[in-house]
Ligand binder design. Structure first.
Ligand code: FMN
Length: 160
């Protein structure tokens, strides 16, 4: 079984709802085991064990939260061990054009520095999924699709 880890931070529950929708999508792909964890319950071993890592954070001043950044900063200890894993990102922000994309990119940038494979999307939502506050049905559908396409790429890469 391939493993997909959905790790998220969320203070008021918006990003958490997105995390569950991302996980639902990933579970639709055969041969994939999905684990959802809050960032403060996530260990470096969890990251190493996963074949795909999807990270979610609220938008805080246009960047990921300090809790998610702390996990990523600690991951310097496992630098090199995430190479080739598939990564993706999602965020909930307070508005539009108020830092959601920069938050997604701040997460994806760290994934690239780990040598991870980041799967962009040509038709809208290029960098991942962003919701405004409480995710609506459309945002949750995009989350589900993000989980599914990330898990599908994990399976493709594992079979080669
Ligand atoms: C410290 C802090 C900083 C924030 N900075 C931004 C920001 O730069 N841009 C924005 O759109 N929303 C900002 N917000 C709003 C949150 O991103 C938004 O409420 C989000 O839905 C919270 O997600 P959560 O329910 O998962 O905690 C900020 C909120 C807090 C608490």
């Amino acid at each position: 079984m391939a493993k997909v880890l959905v790790v998220y931070d969320s203070k008021t529950g918006n990003t958490e709802k997105m995390a569950f929708a991302v996980a639902e999508g990933a579970k639709q792909v055969g041969g994939v085991e999905v684990v959802v964890k809050k960032v403060d319950q996530t260990s470096l071993e969890d990251l190493v064990d996963a074949d795909g890592i999807i990270m979610g954070s609220p938008t805080y001043f246009g960047q990921m939260s300090a809790k998610l950044k702390a996990l990523i900063d600690n991951s310097v200890e496992i630098h090199g061990k995430l190479e080739g894993k598939v990564g993706a990102a999602f965020t909930s922000s307070g508005g539009t054009a108020t830092g959601a994309e920069t938050t997604l990119l701040s997460i994806l940038q760290t994934m690239l520095a780990h040598g991870m494979v980041v799967y962009g999307r040509a038709d809208d939502k290029h960098y991942g999924v962003a919701a405004v506050e409480n995710p609506d049905e459309e945002a949750l559908e995009y989350c589900c699709e993000l989980g599914k396409r990330t898990a599908s790429l994990v399976i493709k890469l594992k079979s080669h």
